[in-house]
Write a protein that binds this ligand. Structure first.
Ligand code: NA7
Length: 479
């Protein structure tokens, strides 16, 4: 499930489609996202431009001729003046290196490649990970009453609020349709682009009673981004403010989970400062006798055996199925799967060993005419509108280069340094820096710790791009 509301998890530029294309629930599910993309491809006859089964393994820039050579796994080789990569922010699955994994005899899945039609009936299932994905998977599986046992192997619990998912009524859809122009205008002029009213109020601006009421209203409305961004603006940078949020959320968990020991394990010790989660009844599932949580911080996993997971207290948790909801080698992890070679034989991977960065999230010095969609230091916002913003900029820049017959668009070192500094400074003081977070690379051992996002958000990002264009593509070598 995408936890961005359905009406914003789509392209903004086709008004007719926005008004008529159907969606059934407040949040789109995977199959609806896929169906929507198929629909757009068909409507705009895009399939003629697509080549399937051409997995790319390497790309290199020919400095003398100013073009890229793209090598594919099937042996095909392509040349192109421009390369626009859209390899995803979260597309390289993280399989933790746990001893004995290959000896497991049961079914083994990762959330990033989950097959259709898995049969959970009468099975003992273990889920490792309880981020956005784990929380959804655990809730969905537990709700299938036929599961024999569900064990959640939890290292650090995270805070989650109700999603408020529901079927879309005709009145609701009509009210969105009536306001679509206004909605997009607001999104493109907001910080987070999730369509929520972004609060400018501090937790101390109101009485404790009013504060509780505001949290309660956000809880009832549902949506993680709404809870984090529409309540109080100081909860992601002021620890005391954050404590008022975690006190409210702890109370909710204790009220929901009847077994105090399970509740204790499910209540995070860390601040409410990770990518906000929401769920369709996650905590409620732990009231089922066949659903439990194993605290693998207290008793770490020692190894995986053929029958299940052994923890440090000597317990063997026997399972028939193991699901890894362990996230992704995010951001640069998506690019590190290819050998991407720019000027002077330098690879992107080597460059990013020092510091994972870019200019505006899409351009890298020494990699001319090479673009990324949501590369490192892109805005941390709802993705579809940021993708549109970047695609728009790149398409116009390419048109200009083609028109002027220069053919080389390349960021300068100084501009990249400047953007990196802007991104670093913008997250100074953010409590997101004090939690374990894939935003900073701390979810994968060995990754450099640094910000990978531009926190000031959509509106300021678009202003930066406009300024860049109005000053003749400042930050790029003249083209
Ligand atoms: P996340 O948010 O990175 O969550 C991964 C989860 O897996 C998290 O609970 C981790 O625990 C856990 N994890 C990772 N490695 C291990 C090991 N070795 N042992 C135990 N547990 C582990 O990934 P998601 O797929 O949920 O979400 C990623 C994004 O996709 C999300 O932000 C949305 O934008 C869409 P930890 O917290 O590190 O202790």
């Amino acid at each position: 499930m995408s936890d961005t509301e359905s009406y914003l998890y789509r392209y903004s530029w086709d008004k007719e489609d926005l008004l008529h294309y159907p969606w059934t629930e407040r949040y789109v599910k995977q199959w609806e996202v896929l169906a929507y993309l198929h629909h757009v491809v068909k409507k705009y006859d895009l399939r003629q431009h697509m080549r399937f089964n051409t997995e790319s393994t390497a790309m290199s820039f020919d400095e003398a001729a100013n073009y890229w050579t793209i090598t594919c796994k099937n042996g095909e080789v392509y040349t192109a003046r421009y390369v626009v990569t859209a390899v995803g922010l979260l597309s390289n699955p993280n399989y933790p290196d746990i001893a004995g994994l290959s000896s497991f005899k049961g079914e083994l899945y990762h959330s990033a490649a989950f097959p259709k039609d898995v049969d959970f009936k009468d099975k003992r299932i273990g889920v490792i990970g309880c981020g956005s994905t784990g929380v959804q998977i655990i809730t969905a599986i537990a709700k299938q009453n036929s599961v024999k046992e569900l064990l959640c192997f939890q290292r650090n619990p995270q805070w989650s609020v109700p999603s408020g998912d529901m079927l879309v009524t005709r009145e609701y859809r009509e009210s969105i349709n009536r306001r679509y122009d206004e909605i997009w205008k607001k999104v493109f002029n907001s910080t987070f682009a999730f369509g929520v009213n972004e609060s400018t109020m501090k937790t101390t601006d109101v009485s404790p009673e009013r504060r509780e009421q505001i949290y309660e209203e956000a809880w009832q409305r549902g949506n993680g981004f709404g809870f984090m961004y529409s309540t109080f603006e100081d909860i992601t940078w002021d620890e005391e403010a954050n404590q008022t949020t975690t006190a409210f959320l702890s109370k909710k968990i204790r009220e929901t989970v009847k077994d105090p020991e399970k509740a204790r394990k499910l209540i995070p010790q860390e601040m409410y400062a990770r990518r906000p989660l929401c769920d369709s009844g996650y905590y409620e599932q732990f009231n089922r006798p066949n659903v439990d949580v194993v605290d693998i911080k207290a008793t770490p996993i020692v190894k995986i055996t053929e029958d299940g997971i052994e923890t440090s207290d000597g317990t063997l948790h026997e399972v028939d199925m193991l699901i890894f909801a362990t996230g992704f080698d995010a951001v640069e992890g998506s690019y590190n799967r290819f050998e991407i070679t720019g000027r002077n034989g330098e690879t992107l991977k080597e460059r990013w060993n020092r510091r994972v960065t870019s200019l505006y999230g899409f351009a890298v010095p020494n990699f001319p005419n090479f673009f990324m969609i949501i590369g490192p230091n892109s805005p941390a916002t709802n993705n579809p509108p940021i993708i549109e913003t970047q695609v728009d900029f790149i398409a116009k820049a390419i048109s200009k280069a083609e028109k002027n017959k220069t053919g080389v668009i390349e960021a300068t070192d100084e501009a990249e340094e400047w953007w990196t500094r802007v991104c670093d400074e913008a997250c100074e003081g953010s409590l997101f820096k004090k939690t374990k977070n894939w935003f900073f690379g701390s979810n994968i051992p060995g990754k450099p710790y640094c910000t990978r996002f531009y926190f000031p958000g959509m509106k300021k990002y678009r202003n930066n791009l406009e300024t860049c264009v109005s000053f003749g593509y400042k930050g790029f070598h003249p083209f």
